[in-house]
Write a protein that binds this ligand. Structure first.
Ligand code: LLP
Length: 383
């Protein structure tokens, strides 16, 4: 259904990112359908992909924006996201970034520490404003994902400990330029099992019971993002398991009267609609290995080098019935970690073939670098 148009790629200089905007539209529709009629609000985590065309389409679909920097706030505003649908997270917000959020009157600051809470209060005071905030709580749940993308365990830099939450809530209530809306959680990223989310629901239920018994009711609960995608079978699973995800919260989280549940999904929205399109520069054989050397490397897509992530590698030029061979698929960058895949079975591949590295729509283009003075990759779109 979602085909990669090889004929369009052959005449293009490579490497570049290719985005299927129909798949993105279908994904956004699916999310909207599943949350319709529920007190659920979905924010798109801009960090996953901040290409302006992608952002405009997501903003037009009505999702909010989840931000981690002033730079993201600016591009999200330009793309048409409304400031009143923006949440701003991050452990190290600078005064300048906080003021930008206050001046635009964003929906909520997700606050990660007591010093940050105090600074937001005084900056809001100086501007004669009241800052809406949520407190980010570290739920101490292991999401069983790669250690570099786990965020919800106790020895992580994110959020405040559950034990200190009552005092921080009390402090937030006492500050005149702070309006406490609720609590924020985030477990980590590329989470494919629902069990960690079910545990999060239980953790939140007991926190809500605790606070209700002390006459504190929150207007909103934000459970973050992290829903994973199928990197092995992107064609069979072009969409993340959204039904199972929303069902888990529907069944296990006991929202109180008037409470809204917020989500911050990044990868699940954009990963499958993007591919990195690259050409084979050389095929070379050493004593023990055969290498496919591409014109894209870790500078275009760093996930394999940084997280040992695997993306499906497809030779689009080879005929379907071509014989196969085993290759290491590597980039041109002067680093031995610049490898997309080890011992990958591909159709027999030759110089000039077009290769697609799939599921690269999230944390691909945004994490590209100019290391080795390589240019940043351009983007092409299906329409
Ligand atoms: N909310 C918060 C507070 C986050 O820290 C993140 C991601 C998200 C939402 C969105 O998570 P998602 O739904 O995309 O999993 N560069 C890594 C992923 C880093 C994720 C950082 N935080 C990768 O390429 O796997």
């Amino acid at each position: 259904m979602y085909q990669l148009p090889l004929h369009q790629f052959e005449s293009q200089p490579t490497p570049f990112y290719y985005y299927d905007l129909d798949l993105l539209a279908d994904t956004l529709n699916k999310v909207k359908q599943l949350i319709a009629g529920k007190p659920y609000v979905v924010h798109y985590a801009v960090k996953a992909n901040s290409n302006p065309v992608i952002l405009q389409q997501i903003a037009a679909s009505g999702l909010g924006a989840d931000l981690v920097s002033g730079g993201e706030m600016k591009v999200a505003l330009q793309a048409g996201f409304h400031a009143r649908h923006m949440m701003f997270a991050g452990v190290g917000k600078t005064d300048e970034e906080i003021n930008l959020g206050l001046d635009n009157d964003i929906a909520c600051f997700n606050v990660e520490s007591v010093p940050e809470l105090e600074v937001i209060n005084s900056l809001a005071d100086a501007r004669g404003r009241v800052a809406r905030i949520a407190i980010r709580v570290n739920p101490d749940i292991d999401a069983h994902t790669h250690s570099y993308i786990t965020t919800g365990t106790a020895d992580n830099k994110f959020g405040i400990d559950i034990e200190s939450l009552p005092q921080v809530v009390e402090l937030a209530h006492s500050l005149p330029n702070i309006e406490l809306l609720g609590l924020h959680f985030h477990l980590g990223s590329q989470i494919t099992l629902m069990e960690p989310y079910r545990m999060l629901c239980e953790r939140i239920n007991s926190l809500l019971d605790y606070f209700e018994s002390r006459n504190v009711r929150f207007k909103m609960i934000d459970v973050g993002g992290g829903l994973g995608v199928d990197y092995v079978h992107p064609d069979a699973s072009p969409m993340a398991p959204f039904e199972a995800f929303f069902d888990t919260f529907n069944q296990h989280l006991h929202l109180r009267e008037g409470q809204q549940l917020h989500f911050e999904l990044g990868r699940a929205i954009v990963a499958q609609c993007g591919s990195l399109i690259t050409r084979v520069v050389f095929v070379k054989e050493n004593r023990n290995k055969r290498f496919v050397i591409l014109d894209a490397g870790m500078t275009q897509l760093v996930r394999p080098a940084l997280y040992q992530a695997h993306h499906l590698v497809q030779n689009l030029s080879a005929p379907v019935d071509a014989p196969t061979a085993t290759y290491d698929v590597v980039g041109p960058v002067c680093e031995s970690s610049d490898v997309f895949a080890h011992d990958e079975v591909l159709p027999v591949t030759s110089r000039g073939n077009i290769i697609a590295i799939r599921s690269a729509g999230a944390y691909g283009e945004v994490m590209a670098s100019q290391y080795n003075m390589r240019p940043l990759p351009p983007a092409l779109f299906s329409r």
